[in-house]
Write a protein that binds this ligand. Sequence first.
Ligand code: NAG
Ligand code: NAG
Ligand code: NAG
Ligand code: NAG
Length: 455
Amino acid sequence: MKQLAMKKKAIANENHLRRVIWLLPPLMIAVMFFLQLQTALGLFSSISRIVSQPAAIDDFVDRLRVSATFLPLKDTRRHFHEWFISTLDDVSEPEGEAKNLVFPSAASHGRVLCLAAPSRHDGTENAYALAWRDALPSGATLRPGLAFVSETAYDHSNIWHGLTALIPFASWHARSGCAARPDRWALFHHGEVRTRWSGWLTKLAEATTGVNMTIETFDTPEPVCFEEAVVFRRNMAGLSRERLLGAFDFMRCKARAHCGVDVSNGADPSSSSAALRVTLLFRTGGRAFKDEAAVTRVFLKECASVAGCTLTAAHSDNMTFCDQVKLLSATDVLISAHGAQMTNLLFMDRNSSIMEFYPMGWRQRAGGGQFVYRWMADRAGMRHEGSWWDPNGEPCPRSPDILSCYKNRRIGHNETYFAQWAARVFAAVKERKASSSSTAAAEERRREEMTCNCS
Ligand SMILES: *[C@@H]1O[C@H](CO)[C@@H](O)[C@H](O)[C@H]1NC(C)=O
Ligand SMILES: *[C@@H]1O[C@H](CO)[C@@H](O)[C@H](O)[C@H]1NC(C)=O
Ligand SMILES: *[C@@H]1O[C@H](CO)[C@@H](O)[C@H](O)[C@H]1NC(C)=O
Ligand SMILES: *[C@@H]1O[C@H](CO)[C@@H](O)[C@H](O)[C@H]1NC(C)=O
């Protein structure tokens, strides 16, 4: 109790501090503004005389208006992580968050972020400027509320890369006690405007923030200024391990709540520590198993020899977002071929297990990128239990890279190998679940509830 009270007090202090910090920049600007008027221009001897001359104020506001300088959104003189809004340094503030820029802020001298960004092909043609709210560049529109601005060197529409772009915003939103809700999103790739995220990521972002996603399209060349904005321009760089795990916990519980998944009580026997819930998540088309029935039989047989084990086979292609959240919320072991559907692993309870499969050619040719779901499992606090690379198939003799011929091949199976591997993993998970005490589980649920309640 005492700790809780102290924490509340600390939060209150932090909120107070935050309010003070928000107030500082406008005050500083006001002071600077008047100092400049008085010293540099030397036209007036006192503030009261300025106030008595509205025409003079208009004149200065006009001068401020034209003083907003537009610079290329992509500064090619800089490294790609720094070329977006390159004149400002991004910082990991509050501590542990990914490196960000906040507008307005002390660093921006109280100025808001304005973007003139009609190009979807060349970031050097798009531009940004900092301006005071009361003296926006001519023709500019002020968008009320908070904008989440994301620049990535990768691809927002790819689920894996898009998720790494989303995570810092999820953490930021959670950190604010869920107060920082995005009224709009602005997406950039190398300074070029992007207007789409994958449907799955859009749903996840909406479940996470509790508001529908509106993406700024920058259809006109006129500048758009944001009343408030937070910019992440290098994905998760700077995000601490603890905040990263916290962001995954937060997205998991928000998605579960959004989809009506109730994991709060122990009344559901399927979630008890005696159960072992195995899910085969199949792909259709590229990287599908050649013989789904045979693969299902192998794992079903191993599952049958473990008390309390149930196996569900499903195709991710024809499941809604919430179908996927529900299924993975009730999964201890995910068995799936390498592919986007594996990002659903984030909805499993922490410490759950993943078994991954690849077609022939990937092991030798696909490079480090083939391990993204190992990385994701590690980031989300899951256990990647290894991979199987199909050793059989026709080679691609004149194929220099993975994309040309191996990428979307179908995957065979090896009954002996699959059975031995499954037996090992199932036994270990069963053992782990059985040994985790009910108090630890209750504690885990309590932590999840607190996370979800934004406290
Ligand atoms: C959000 O989107 C859903 C579905 O598109 C819609 O039913 C709902 O009314 C929207 N909510 C708000 C607040 O706009
Ligand atoms: C989902 O798709 C798979 C393969 O395309 C099909 O076999 C299965 O019947 C579908 N399930 C539903 C519920 O439509
Ligand atoms: C996950 O496993 C680790 C090590 O086995 C354990 O310390 C931790 O409490 C577990 N976490 C959860 C949420 O079960
Ligand atoms: C299948 O796996 C077993 C066990 O790892 C191995 O001994 C065997 O050679 C494999 N069979 C084929 C056809 O690859």
